[in-house]
Design a protein around this ligand. Structure first.
Ligand code: GDP
Length: 301
């Protein structure tokens, strides 16, 4: 968690300096509040939450007669943490059942970082002494299955994939879960395809993948992967996917390359689903559990 704070602070996430400068002006008047509002909107906190935050702060500053910028910033920190809801349960449900592995599905549009996230997460689990198996149900792009298998080899876990281009994703998922049951692994992770251009096709495909898995096991965790750099666009994707499958957690990737980390607030508020993991780079160690306090500290650093 310390790492999350350090890593994010090093990225260009910092909202804090701008805000502190704003709040350091001689008088905190309406112009200042407007600029604070703008800064929060630019960080993708979302319109409703921004308005709510600024109203609360403005009122508290007035009532308490607060003058010091550090004090206002501390109040902002407190309010942001509240918005992100530190009480949300962010644990991954991937504990093996008595007679079968836990199954995790990763969904999201192409290019957001699904395959990379599966690879990084596999590495974390292997380090925890868990037996992991990967299933390449993104059969649309042949390269996707290869990429997953490369990650598998890199972290030392087997990958079930089809050698046929355009194979049925549900049957690959079925085979992967079956192999996971036979090998008595702890966790099976299924990578899927996400072609948002064809919403009906996507619904059918993901729904079918899930149903087919459920013939042998339960799907314990469905992680929706969103690219933080796409900002509000991620929200639209989130809505579409949550109509198709029951999302149990969000992975927010590419936080290393954006000042728009505030999207966390908007996503959780809109979906009511916790951000569980964040991606901080392309390397195998660049995945961290999400934590509201560290995150806000990095945002304000
Ligand atoms: P998929 O199509 O959703 O499976 O996406 P990929 O896993 O293939 O990732 C797409 C690109 O994003 C690749 O070049 C990854 O290396 C890169 N990527 C994934 N996660 C992160 C991250 O957290 N930070 C950065 N900077 N790049 C990432």
């Amino acid at each position: 968690l310390v790492r999350l704070r350090e890593r994010l602070a090093k990225s260009n996430n910092a909202l804090g300096k701008g805000l502190l400068a704003l709040l350091s002006r001689d008088t905190i008047d309406e112009d200042v509040w407007e600029e604070v509002e703008e800064t929060l909107l630019l960080a993708d906190i979302g319109t409703d939450s921004t308005m709510e935050l600024v109203d609360t702060l403005r009122e508290r500053v007035k009532v308490l007669g607060v003058r010091s910028p550090e004090h206002v910033q501390a109040m902002l920190r407190e309010e942001l943490i509240k918005l992100i809801d530190p009480a949300m349960d962010r644990t991954l449900n991937i504990t093996r059942h008595d007679d079968r592995p836990a199954v995790l599905m990763v969904v999201g549009v192409n290019g957001v970082g699904k395959t990379t996230t599966v690879g990084k997460l596999a590495r974390v689990l292997v380090a925890e002494d868990k037996d992991v198996l990967l299933g390449a149900a993104d059969t649309f792009r042949a390269a996707a299955a290869e990429q997953l298998a490369t990650w598998g080899a890199r972290v030392g876990v087997p990958t079930v994939k089809s050698d046929v281009d355009g194979a049925d994703p549900a049957s690959v998922a079925f085979e992967a879960v079956k192999a996971g049951i036979d090998a008595e692994v702890d966790v099976v992770m299924i990578d899927t395809a996400g072609r948002l251009q064809n919403k009906v096709g996507l619904m059918d495909e993901l729904g079918k993948v899930k149903r087919v898995i459920e013939k042998q096991a339960t799907v314990d965790e469905v992680l929706l992967v969103l690219d933080a750099t796409t900002g509000q666009n991620g929200l639209t994707q989130a809505k579409v996917f949550s109509e198709v499958v029951n999302i149990t957690g969000i992975v927010l990737t590419k936080l290393d390359g954006t000042a728009k980390g505030g999207i966390v607030v908007a996503i959780q508020k809109t979906l009511g689903v916790p951000v569980k993991l964040v991606g901080l780079g392309e390397g195998p160690d660049d995945l961290a559990p999400f934590d509201a306090e560290s995150f806000v500290d990095a945002l304000l650093a």
